[in-house]
Design a binder for this molecule. Structure first.
Ligand SMILES: Cc1ncc(COP(=O)(O)O)c(C=O)c1O
Length: 353
């Protein structure tokens, strides 16, 4: 039973088949292949706007490169304190931007608010003694399993625009956010004020399936150079394009995300019924954050269930008790539903033993 992450599962068979199908004959390379071109067109259709889309191989590269198009070396990128770009990318955004400061803001459930952004801008980012406010970055769905709604994004965009800042979204789990909200992709991106996004597909069925998508296409002007310099221009680019086409075909991206989110709902229900595991944060998408007794955790570990423990500080002053542990479960499109049931049954048995 593995709930450690959504990247512990493999490649969706339709994406694997698309890689195999692309593996014939010769093809133009370095992004000039038909697959990559068609992928960009399909993404424009999906977002109902002509976009510039650049395929890359990891979410970390997508974030760093996207932010490098928004923030100068003397700039500041404001994001959540637990954002992947702030704390989990080994300063890659700082490297790609040539030194921009990534400033982590506090906010419940992985979300930043207009108030905290305003407070930061007024409080200590004031003049040339401080980094120049360059961009806001949000993660949707957030690192804590919540989703930003269109109106929340619009409110943040209003602050960003009033300060001439650009707006980025880390969409490593964008599909799960769209599936959760039941909105069109445009509604939580450019229609809500997002200029550039990291569009993730690896966690949701791809092998190397990430793109930097520019809704404000003027910002993409030098991106070909940035991607090349960043070592992200893949010579056999047809395989990236083929993955993206298969991912979008027949809304596979959404189907996979709905499946993962649905399994997360079922798991929340099952864990709540145990009366020993509490969920301090609502689970909007495919991640579940839970507090359980350490004793139960030890038994689950002994039974070979995989999941991660998480920083209890995330929960703020309420925190957790001495004898408790804070953990994260992630569901994938490929998580076997029977494993979810088996896990719920195991918890029930351990609790009643
Ligand atoms: C929210 C978020 N953004 C970006 C990434 C980075 O993706 P990758 O591991 O492909 O670099 C991750 C990966 O865990 C993530 O969870």
């Amino acid at each position: 039973m593995n709930f450690a992450s959504d990247n512990v599962y493999g490649i969706h068979p339709r994406i694997l088949a698309a890689i195999e199908a692309a593996n014939k004959g010769t093809s133009a390379s370095y992004g000039y292949d038909d697959y990559s071109k068609r992928a960009e067109e399909k993404l424009s259709q999906l977002f109902e706007k002509e976009v510039r889309a650049f395929l890359v191989t990891s979410g970390t590269a997508a974030n760093g490169l996207a932010l490098s198009a928004l923030a100068p070396s003397y700039g500041a990128v404001l994001t959540h304190a637990e954002a992947h770009a702030a704390v989990d990318e080994c300063n890659s955004p700082e490297m790609f931007t040539g030194g921009a400061k990534i400033i982590g803001l506090h906010g419940v459930e992985g979300k930043i608010t207009p108030a905290v952004v305003e407070k930061t801008l007024k409080g200590f980012i004031r003049s040339e003694h401080d980094p120049k406010p360059a961009a806001l970055s949000i993660t949707n769905s957030t690192e804590l399993g919540r989703v930003y709604t269109p109106s929340e994004i619009k409110a943040l965009s209003a602050v960003a625009k009033s300060r001439k800042m650009k707006f980025h979204t880390d969409g490593a789990r964008f599909a799960n956010a769209v599936a959760s909200l039941g909105v069109k992709p445009a509604e939580i991106t450019w229609k809500a004020g997002i200029d550039v996004m990291s569009f993730g597909g690896t966690k949701n069925g791809g092998m190397l399936l990430e793109a930097v998508i520019f809704f404000d296409t003027a910002l993409a002007e030098d991106f070909l150079y940035r991607r090349m310099r960043g070592g992200q221009l893949v010579s056999k680019s047809r395989y990236l394009g083929a993955q993206m086409l298969a991912y979008l075909e027949g809304d596979l991206w959404l189907e996979n995300a709905r499946q993962a989110n649905g399994l997360a709902k079922r798991l929340v229900e099952g864990l709540k019924a145990s009366n020993r595991i509490r969920m301090p944060l609502p689970s909007d998408a495919n991640e579940i954050f839970a507090v359980m007794p350490k004793k139960l955790h030890d038994k689950l570990q002994a039974a070979g269930v995989h999941y991660h423990d998480w920083m209890p500080d995330t929960l703020g002053p309420k925190g957790i008790a001495e004898n408790e542990i804070f953990v994260r479960f992630v569901l994938s499109y490929a998580t076997p539903p029977e494993e979810v049931e088996r896990f719920i049954g195991l918890v029930k048995d351990l609790v009643s033993a």
